[in-house]
Design a protein around this ligand. Structure first.
Ligand SMILES: C[S@@+](CC[C@H](N)C(=O)[O-])C[C@H]1O[C@@H](n2cnc3c(N)ncnc32)[C@H](O)[C@@H]1O
Length: 374
């Protein structure tokens, strides 16, 4: 893939830009295989490739420039805005919507936040697209100063962007490099974006995590379901469950599935999806994954873990090691953390593994491993 921003050194986020895609995939496979060398019996399933471009379902754009001429993109080292509205890894529906969002900035007089001077209101626009092409827009603001004007122009916005389903304002009053604050004000009647993934409909609320690349997320959940179905366990935990992708794909007749996630917003999304699908055997709870496991009266037959980049950490690894759980499905976005966690669970042997390319043009990838108690 070729990118004019990369070539002009305006944005260097995609560090593999320009490298042939098959060679990117081969390098990721080699990188992962090297980290998992301590397990020579591991069976590698074929790498899952992604679309090379337009794969991102979410754009996080810093807003800079002026009310009359807003810029959506990133800031350079000097704090100057760089327009990235033609970013080629961003989904086409998102790119098509950026000019309308720039027009909203001008219409509603949303002063872009000026980082060096600590002045202005609009910090970021966060835009997500569903597999059906529907959109969720979040405006990250310093205060509620412009809220009335945003509400006033909302009918216009919904008219010119008919795919827009959810619009919200997130308040981030502090001058720090944190993307968003705790307070979210939903402005539309609809508060969740409908994400149809395989045969499961997930309801995404504004503050919940969702995997970056929807096609590859679908492949992850299919792989998870396949491994669960092979074992046909009576009880499954999905730890770090987010909006419940693995848990809802693991539901089955007579099977108790429990999803645990730190974000109450994500749990509310997961519960809404479960209720709509009518899956009484699936239960969700907000909380820390490790604390939940350590306090549970009995372990389940199979555990799925899909932690953040830091991995599951020593305490949960130690609990899994001694728990008697027979099978673990570990989905990781950082193979170095996976390798460290595996080393802490010698009784759970990696049997099968698969690299899935969640992030083309970058060195990042997802890897799923099926572990079995030796
Ligand atoms: C890589 S995401 C995976 C989400 C989900 N499995 C999916 O497919 O969308 C990791 C998730 O872990 C959650 N998380 C972070 N720390 C946690 C903790 N200590 N206990 C439980 N969940 C946590 C995050 O909020 C995030 O939703």
């Amino acid at each position: 893939m070729q990118c004019s921003y990369f070539d002009a050194v305006a944005c260097r986020s995609c560090t593999l830009m320009g490298q042939a895609y098959p060679s990117q995939l081969a390098a990721k496979q080699r990188h992962c295989a090297h980290l998992l060398e301590p397990y020579p019996d591991l069976e590698w399933l074929p790498t899952v490739a992604s679309r090379e471009s337009g794969y991102r379902n979410k754009a996080k754009m810093v807003v800079s420039g002026t009310v009359e001429e807003p810029l959506l993109g990133i800031l350079d080292a000097a704090g100057e805005g760089i327009d990235l509205t033609s970013c080629g890894i961003t989904g086409e529906e998102l790119r098509d919507a950026f000019p309308v969002l720039a027009a909203l900035v001008t219409r509603a007089r949303l002063t872009p936040y000026d980082v060096p001077r600590r002045r202005g209101e609009l910090k970021y626009v966060l835009l997500t697209v569903s597999p059906d092409g529907e959109l969720m827009l979040r405006l990250v603001l310093r205060s509620t100063e412009s809220l009335v004007r945003i509400r006033k122009h909302l009918p216009w916005l919904l008219d010119v962007l008919p795919a827009l389903r959810v619009v919200s304002v997130n308040l981030q009053p502090e001058h720090k490099a944190v993307l968003e604050g705790d307070e979210e004000i939903v402005l539309t009647e609809q508060a969740t974006l409908r994400m149809a993934v395989n045969d499961v409909v997930l309801h995404l609320r504004p503050q919940s995590f969702f995997q970056t690349n929807t096609d590859i997320a679908a492949a992850l959940y299919r792989q998870g379901r396949e491994w669960v179905e092979e074992v046909d366990p009576a009880s499954v935990w999905d730890l770090y469950c987010g909006v419940g992708g693995f848990a809802l794909h693991s539901a089955g007749e007579g099977r108790a599935v429990t999803g645990i996630e730190i974000s109450p917003e994500a749990i509310a999304s997961a519960e809404a999806s479960r209720d709509e699908a009518g899956l009484p055997g699936v239960r969700f709870a907000a909380g820390d994954a490790t604390a939940f496991a350590l306090a549970a009266p009995a372990p389940p037959e199979l555990v799925i873990v899909n932690p953040p980049r830091r991995g599951i950490g020593p305490d949960l690894a130690a609990w899994l090691e001694s728990s008697g759980v027979h099978r673990v499905v570990y989905s990781s976005c950082r193979a170095q953390s996976l390798a460290k966690d595996l080393a802490a669970m010698p009784s759970l042997r990696p049997r099968r593994a698969r690299v899935l390319d969640m992030f083309p043009q970058t060195t990042h990838y997802e890897v799923m491993v099926l572990l079995e108690r030796a």
